[in-house]
Design a protein around this ligand. Structure first.
Ligand code: HAS
Ligand code: CU
Length: 554
């Protein structure tokens, strides 16, 4: 039998692997709590409801919030989740070398996080999570980031090692879907982090140590966004893994198509990197032709998300019809609404529809001119990463923590999970809804409380800022409940929880083998990156615009 299908044994999760996974998850949730505290405070400052005590700065909080939530919570959770699924789908146990690499990665990332957090708390790095030059942080902030990235590389190598071993010992077989997707996600990560590694090592660190006086700002931002856009898919793809592989199992149905799922992940590898200019559409120094090309590629990378939406609808409908659902939307009633393992990720999917639509608006040059650098963009990413992705990760925690600790989810905790999800959605509705609206009215992002000298426009904005603060407070309550739920899961009754991994395996054998020819897809990706970036980067190197000295604006 295919080893992906032997997975449903009532065999407990490997203890050593469980510890590795749990360490990542707990670290992630600790970051969520700290980031949440920073978030609610900054929301209240911006709403004009509080003033910060003890010399704490708004931008300092904003940096802590962005770094801990967007970079640390996500990365730790993702690596823990991927390791858990690899252990489960590739033989029930990690190879000692793979596990060791996971721990080395964990330690390096943990060290980087600790160092970075200290530097931010010392107010030496209030440069926000995108750390744009010419804002200049302490060199130790950049070193901290580098440690996190290098740690994540080593964790990725551990995953590749495990996968290679499986492929070698199962010649001619299609790998289990989860492992395929995990490898695709980590390949994407390896390719895109090269950009930020080059930026940090060759530009920001020498400059912040004072070894060089100036920095090429345009080049640094370009390297950043070469990384920054695929970064958002590094967050999204693990959520998609849950939607493709876990959700069909949770609802008791099956995945619509193994081949379609694999194709969508390969398309992400191909198209998600050469698109960074859609974050730089309003920047001078890049000719319109290259922006245009990258916008075309941006519209290409929407396709695998549309395929995902199609596949999810098909899976839901197949399941509903198998239960006797009639009519176009009859299947809707048959979904397990009261099961948080389904409900939380489902709300994530639902919200991804307007969230993705917002992304398409952002990517359109003319409309980007309206929304760029306004709170609209902040609203966009609080729907995408902070709702679609975050709710899916929360939904995963409700079964993954029990799986790795040998416990079971109680019905009381399931209810708290539903409450948590509803609160998150309500809080986000107010917060992100107001951000989108007030962004269209011109309210800028990355700015503390100000009335712009009582400018009439800024007076119009204020009610929305208050609504944002209210949403932020609701979200903070939801963060606290999530943390309480995690503690509850850690103390849940002992018992066996099955790893809910879907079994499209019989179909996987019919999936075209080209979908596992990594070299082909990575090759196409490299060609596209070269086409989209080579000439504009050469121009940036040869630009006569002088480099910029560093600024400390806080
Ligand atoms: Fe974005 C800015 C364009 C997706 C995150 N984005 C950001 C920033 C972040 C971010 C963090 O083109 C700010 C960075 C900063 O600090 O400056 N984004 C896009 C596009 C997409 C997109 C075209 N973004 C994401 C995702 C993110 C994310 C995903 C995180 C996880 N974004 C932009 C642009 C900017 C930007 C510009 C720069 C703006 C500026 O000017 O600064 C696309 O990938 C979206 C495609 C998605 C879809 C939706 C498919 C729907 C699905 C759900 C199906 C639901 C079901 C359930 C089945 C087409 C898969 C339904 C059931 C029922 C019963 C109805
Ligand atoms: Cu992007």
């Amino acid at each position: 039998m295919h080893s992906a299908t032997t997975a449903s044994h009532p065999k407990p999760f490997d203890k050593q692997d469980g510890r590795l996974v749990l360490a990542h998850l707990l670290f992630a949730f600790a970051a969520l709590l700290l980031g949440g505290i920073a978030g609610v405070l900054q929301g209240m400052v911006r709403g004009g409801t509080i003033e910060l005590p003890a010399g704490i700065g708004y931008y300092q909080l904003l940096t802590a919030h962005g770094v801990l939530m967007a970079l640390i919570f996500t990365t730790f959770f993702i690596i823990g989740f991927l390791y858990s699924g690899l252990s489960h789908s590739l033989g029930g146990q990690l190879l000692p070398t793979a596990r060791r690499m996971g721990w080395i990665g964990f330690c390096l990332m943990g060290l980087g996080t600790a160092l970075g957090t200290v530097v931010i708390l010392l107010n030496q790095a209030s440069v926000l999570y995108t750390f744009y030059a010419p804002l200049k942080a302490s060199p130790f902030f950049y070193i901290a980031l580098a440690l996190v990235v290098v740690g994540s590389w080593i964790s990725g190598y551990g995953m590749f090692y495990q996968y290679r071993y499986w492929k070698k010992t199962h010649p001619g077989r299609m790998s289990p879907l989860f492992s395929f997707m995990a490898v695709a996600t980590m390949i994407l990560w390896q390719i895109c982090t090269i950009g930020v590694a080059v930026e940090v090592l060759f530009q920001l660190i020498p400059w912040s140590f004072g070894w060089v006086d100036t920095v090429n700002v345009l080049l640094s931002r370009t390297l950043f966004w070469y990384f920054g856009h695929p970064l958002v898919y590094f967050w999204l793809l693990p959520a998609y893994m849950c939607w493709y592989v876990v959700i069909p199992k949770v609802i008791g149905g099956r995945l619509f198509s193994d081949a379609l799922a694999r194709l969508s992940f390969m398309l992400f590898i191909v198209f998600s990197i050469p698109v960074g200019f859609h974050h730089q559409l309003m920047e001078p120094g890049i000719s319109p032709f290259w922006k245009y090309l990258q916008v075309v590629l941006t519209f290409m990378v929407i396709v695998p998300s549309l395929m995902t939406a199609f596949s999810l609808f098909a899976s839901f409908e197949l399941y509903g019809r198998s239960k006797g659902a009639k009519g176009l939307f009859g299947w809707f009633r048959y979904l397990p609404w009261k099961d948080v393992r389904f409900f939380a990720p489902f709300m994530g999917m639902l919200i991804f529809i307007p969230a993705g639509a917002g992304g398409i608006i952002n990517a359109s040059n003319q409309m980007n001119a309206v929304v760029h650098n306004t709170l609209w963009v902040t609203g966009h990413f609080h729907l995408t990463v902070a709702t679609s992705v975050a709710l899916t990760f929360f939904g995963i925690a409700y079964w993954l923590i029990p799986v790795v600790t040998g416990r079971t989810l109680t019905s009381a905790m399931n209810k708290w999970g539903i409450v948590q999800t509803v609160l998150w959605c309500v809080g986000m509705f107010f917060m992100s809804g107001s951000m989108h609206t007030v962004g269209l009215l011109g309210s800028p992002r990355r700015t503390a409380y100000t009335t712009y000298g009582d400018h009439p426009d800024a007076v119009l904005w204020m009610p929305y800022h208050v609504a944002m603060a209210v949403g932020g407070m609701i979200l903070f309550v939801a963060v606290v409940i999530m943390i309480a739920n995690v503690i509850g899961l850690m103390r849940a009754p002992k018992g066996h929880t099955e790893y809910p991994m879907g079994e499209a395996a019989e179909e996987a054998e019919r999936t075209p083998a080209v979908l596992e020819r990594w070299g082909v897809w990575i090759g196409v990706c490299v060609v596209l990156i070269a086409a989209a970036y080579t000439i504009p980067m050469i121009d940036m190197f040869h630009s006569d615009v002088p480099g910029s000295p560093g600024y400390k604006m806080w």
